[in-house]
Design a binder for this molecule. Structure first.
Ligand code: FES
Length: 91
């Protein structure tokens, strides 16, 4: 069994372990977390502009927009595909 530990570097040389339950602030100005961005993606948000309108992410200083956009894109690319797309049949 292989265990992968994902960490954020919170300061030079200091790391914080992250798992699926750990929410991380992406937008400090407006208190928007990675969980909120994934939730927005799962409910149909497809652009950073829409994410900003829904959550306020990026609406103040804008320094979080690149990371928010990356997270949104990754969340949109990790949706489950229906089995027929893969040519498989449900058992
Ligand atoms: S950190 Fe997101 S608007 Fe400033």
């Amino acid at each position: 069994m292989t265990t992968i530990l994902v960490c954020f570097e919170i300061a030079p040389g200091r790391f914080w372990p992250v798992n699926a339950d750990t929410a991380v602030y992406v937008c400090i100005c407006n208190g928007v977390t990675d969980h909120q961005i994934r939730e927005a993606a799962s409910t149909g948000c497809t652009t950073v502009a829409e994410l900003t309108m829904r959550t306020g992410c990026g609406a103040t200083c804008g320094s979080c927009l690149d990371m928010a956009g990356d997270l949104l894109a990754k969340a949109l690319n990790t949706h489950d595909l229906p089995l027929p797309v893969l040519g498989l049949q449900a058992a």
